[in-house]
Design a protein. Structure first.
Length: 251
C-alpha cells in the first residue's frame, strides 16, 4: 500500500473516537493525584496528545498551564477547537510537533504527561530525551503496555512479538525507569473499562462502518482485519497484558 493511502485509511479509521488509545478520566485523575503541588504555576507538556482526552481532564482537574503536542494536525486542531469552546485557551494550547525533536528550552516544564504514546520512541529513549525539558525534580506520567502474567498463550505472544516486541513485565519496566534515573512515585494498572468503554467499543463501531464504506478495497479490509485482530486478542487474552500508569520523579 502506498504510504499516503495507508496513512489516510489509518486516520479515517480512528477519526471521531473519544480517544486514540486505552485510558479513562478516572485513571488520568488518579495519576494526577500522585503528582505533588499541581497548581496554576505548574507547566505541563502532554506528548502524543491525540484529540486530547487526557489533556482536557488535566486542564479541568487542575489549574495547570498545558502545552499539548502531536504530529497529526487534525488531532491538534480538534483539541484547540475544544479549548476555545471551553474558554481555556489562556492555559491550554495544542501544537503540531514531533516527540523525537521537541525544541522547547531546557527546564520548560514541571510535568510531562504521555498516555499511550511513548511506545513510538520507546520508554528509555523518551525518558532520556525529554529529561532536559523538565525542571529539577520534575515529574513524568506515562502509560505503557506490560505483561501481567507469565507464559501468555502462543497466539497472544505472537501478536505482541509482531506489534510491540518491547512489551515487558511490569517489574522489568519499573527497573528500566529506575535505570534511566527516575524514581517511581506510584503506579497502577489501567482497569479493563479503560480499554473497552472509551476505546475498543467506539473503535469497533468505527471499524464496522469503515468496512462497509470500503467493501471492495482489499487494502482497507486488510487494515480492518488487523485492527479487529487487536480487539479480538484483547477479548481473549487481556488477563495476560495491560497498560500500567507510572508516575515518576526525575532525580
Ligand atoms: C495511541 S495514540 C494516544 C493518543 C492520546 N494520548 C490518547 O491516549 O487518547 C498515540 C498518539 O501519538 C501520536 N504520535 C505518533 N508519533 C508521534 C510523534 N513522533 N510525535 C508526536 N506524536 C506522535 C499519534 O498521532 C497519536 O495521536
Amino acid at each position: 500500500m502506498a504510504p499516503d493511502r495507508a496513512t489516510a485509511l489509518f486516520f479515517e479509521l480512528f477519526t471521531g473516537l473519544p480517544r486514540q488509545g486505552p485510558g479513562s478520566t478516572e485513571s488520568t485523575l488518579r495519576a494526577l493525584g500522585l503528582v505533588p503541588d499541581v497548581g496554576p504555576r505548574t507547566r505541563v507538556l502532554d506528548i502524543g496528545c491525540g484529540t486530547g482526552a487526557q489533556t482536557l481532564v488535566l486542564a479541568q482537574g487542575s489549574r495547570a498551564r498545558i502545552v499539548a503536542v502531536d504530529t497529526h494536525p487534525p488531532f491538534v486542531d480538534a483539541l484547540n477547537r475544544e479549548a476555545r469552546r471551553l474558554g481555556i485557551t489562556d492555559r491550554l494550547e495544542a501544537r503540531v510537533a514531533d516527540m523525537r525533536s521537541l525544541d522547547f528550552p531546557d527546564g520548560s516544564f514541571d510535568l510531562i504527561w504521555c498516555e499511550g504514546a511513548i511506545y513510538n520512541v520507546g520508554v528509555e529513549a523518551g525518558l532520556r530525551d525529554w529529561r532536559r525539558l523538565l525542571r529539577r525534580d520534575g515529574h513524568v506520567a506515562l502509560t505503557e503496555a506490560c505483561w501481567r502474567k507469565p507464559e501468555p498463550p502462543a497466539e497472544c505472544a505472537a501478536f505482541w512479538r509482531r506489534e510491540y516486541p518491547a512489551i515487558r513485565p511490569t517489574s522489568a519496566l519499573l527497573e528500566a525507569v529506575g535505570a534511566c534515573g527516575y524514581e517511581t512515585v506510584g503506579h497502577f494498572p489501567l482497569p479493563a473499562s479503560a480499554w473497552w468503554d472509551d476505546y475498543y467499543l467506539p473503535l469497533q463501531d468505527n471499524l464496522n462502518a469503515f468496512r462497509a464504506r470500503h467493501l471492495d478495497e482489499a487494502d482497507a479490509q486488510e487494515l480492518a482485519d488487523q485492527c479487529q485482530q487487536e480487539i479480538d486478542i484483547w477479548h481473549a487474552f487481556s488477563e495476560f497484558y495491560g497498560y500500567e500508569f507510572l508516575v515518576l520523579r526525575a532525580h
